[in-house]
Design a protein around this ligand. Structure first.
Ligand code: B12
Ligand code: SF4
Length: 509
């Protein structure tokens, strides 16, 4: 079968900070499976292929009203170029939709392609399509199905059903449109034999164009590719989409198979940096020790990191030494909050003293450490915010290099999203929720907050800057070299620039 896979361009607020698009690992895995099965696969990574080109997004496509003086753009290939690039004989088009903040333009693209290729079957997969498949199907009449969760086996089964004429509702793990509404087919079992999945088909992607995070030493900066060693996460944090997307079963590849993928990527794509995109990379200590040993034995000259925000239970001194000696130079921890009460509320089972201890070990090996924090979770109180400030001061004392602070956003597929939707705080009959979410990446003042305990958005903004002030002041006192690096790298300028833009926009309204 001739199949085209598309990563749509990114939707952004005009003049906003541009968003970095990393290599689309999920799509590369799907492409590899399809190629292995003998299909002819075309890949269009529209978010990346144009070198940052931006195109005005037609506001008439929006269901609802765009805030005053706001314009939207898409970053990447234009819709026309994407449509013209698709091979005319394509029988099946698969869209990879990861972020629900892109929904408004993803929808416009899917509808436009459906009009241009009426004979092709159109499907969508990825986190966003899994979290709100009924919205995809209701608003894109040309879409036949959404693939829910892990895609490799489900997509193969769907292709088999299409080619053999089998009824599509025999394919488990999808949502289909019927005359009487949308129906989910039977849930598909998660894949267990992860080593059998072929290596991602990076040969189909513009790997030279993807971002290259800095190495530890001043060395040439080779291509960076992502990979995953594990799938799923046993936890059930209420703000996270993982329980819906992957379920709570946790499967690991063998350390040898991960090392083989790295060796392959080094040989074929000259990749030298590797980003582990795992949800929860290190839970089993023995696995990580074995993996590090294999990397050392093979004498691979690589650097690697955990940029996706990890837990810390298994990252003790022995693990940190093993990680560092095999090339791991950066860990992003995801404590989310410094308040035990909030952590309990969101079911994030983090032990704060243990995490701080784990960070100390990592700093002992001179690793770069970052933390991901969320402000504004429903139920968070003033006292929790002060506890988190204290935690941030401790983090700065430990030597954390920088903090990534995000205002809470509920994502479709998470327990908190369902709860807020039931309470009527989120409505999807217009695009307001999606447009509002776009401000998240670029602004803290303008978008909606979901916490009735702290009533004013302005107060939130003050708390937001209290967090940053606590962290950076403590860092300036305890770790002046890290503080200087932050000034050099511009993180504080970014927060400052965002604030300036926010205030201007607020005053304009
Ligand atoms: C790496 C990552 C990033 C990277 C970028 C990734 C990229 N490629 O561009 C960075 C750090 C930049 C990032 C940023 C953000 N991220 Co992020 N990120 C991830 C992360 C950790 C890994 C994604 C990944 O590669 N997974 C591994 C691959 C194998 O899985 P997959 O992509 O889902 O693919 C499988 C299926 O989805 C399916 N599939 C995928 N495509 C297709 C296509 C077809 C046709 C088919 C059939 C199937 C299919 O099959 C694949 C294989 O099984 C996920 C969480 C997670 N682990 O999934 C969050 C996640 C995607 N991010 C999330 C969010 C919210 C964000 C931010 C908005 C955070 C913020 N506050 O700023 C920003 C958005 C920035 C922006 N505007 O684009 C949410 C998305 C929720 C949502 N519905 O929108 C997630 C799910 C985290 C979470 N649980 O809340 N992120
Ligand atoms: S936030 Fe992390 S620990 Fe919690 S469910 Fe999601 S992936 Fe698992």
């Amino acid at each position: 079968m001739r199949i085209c896979l598309i990563r749509p361009p990114k939707l952004m607020i005009k003049d906003a900070m541009s968003v970095v698009s990393f290599p689309p690992l999920g799509m590369a895995l799907i492409a590899a499976v399809l190629k292995q099965q003998g299909h002819t696969v075309q890949v269009i990574d529209a978010a990346m292929s144009s070198g940052g080109e931006q195109h005005e997004f037609d506001a008439r496509q929006i269901r609802g009203v765009l805030p005053a003086r706001t314009a939207l753009v898409t970053s990447g290939l234009s819709f026309d170029v994407i449509a013209d690039t698709i091979h005319p004989d394509t029988e099946l088009i698969g869209f990879s939709c990861m972020f629900s903040i892109d929904w408004v333009s993803d929808r416009a693209l899917i509808n436009m392609i459906a009009g241009r290729y009426p004979r092709a079957t159109l499907v969508a997969g990825g986190e966003s399509a899994t979290g709100m498949p009924h919205i995809f199907l209701q608003q894109c009449a040309g879409l036949t199905a959404c693939i829910l969760g892990e895609g490799e086996e489900t997509f193969s089964d769907l292709i088999d059903a299409i080619t053999t004429g089998r009824a599509l509702d025999t394919v488990s793990g999808i949502m289909l449109r019927r005359d009487d509404g949308c129906v989910k087919t039977e849930k598909r079992e998660r894949m267990r034999k992860l080593d059998d999945i072929p290596v991602p088909a990076w040969e189909e992607f513009p790997v030279e164009l993807y971002p290259r995070p800095l190495r530890r030493a001043d060395a040439p900066n080779p291509i960076t590719l992502p990979l995953i060693a594990t799938r799923g996460c046993p936890f059930r944090c209420t703000f996270c989409t993982s329980p819906d997307m992957w379920g709570t079963r946790y499967f690991l590849r063998t350390p040898e198979s991960v090392a083989d993928e790295i060796t392959y990527a080094q040989e074929h794509f000259h990749a030298g940096n590797f980003d582990f995109f795992d949800l929860t990379a290190i839970i089993k200590k023995k696995w990580i020790l074995d993996f590090s040993q294999i990397l050392r034995d093979r004498k691979l000259d690589i650097q690697w990191r955990f940029p996706a925000g990890t837990r810390s239970e298994a990252i003790d001194e022995e693990v940190v030494v093993a990680l560092s000696s095999s090339g791991c130079h950066e860990i992003i921890y995801a404590p989310e909050s410094g308040s035990e009460r909030v952590l309990e509320m969101i079911k994030k089972k983090v032990n704060i003293p243990n995490m701080l201890q784990s960070m100390r070990y990592a700093k002992g090996q001179d690793m770069r450490i970052y933390i991901n924090m969320i402000i504004g979770l429903p139920g968070e109180r003033h006292s929790d915010i002060f506890r988190t400030c204290w935690f941030l001061i401790q983090c700065a004392r430990v030597g954390v290099n920088d903090v990534g602070l995000a205002k809470f956003r509920p994502y479709p597929g998470s327990a908190l999203f369902d709860q807020l939707q039931e309470q009527g705080q989120i409505r999807l009959d217009t695009d307001d929720y999606f447009i509002d979410s776009l401000f998240l990446v670029d602004s803290i003042l303008l978008n909606k907050f979901y916490n009735p305990e702290i009533r004013s958005n302005t107060l939130y903004m003050l708390y937001y800057f209290l967090y940053l002030a606590s962290f950076y002041t403590a860092q300036c006192l305890f770790q002046f070299s890290n503080f200087k690096a932050i000034l050099r790298n511009g993180t504080m300028y970014r927060y400052g620039a965002n604030l300036k833009k926010d205030i201007k926009a607020k005053l304009r309204r």
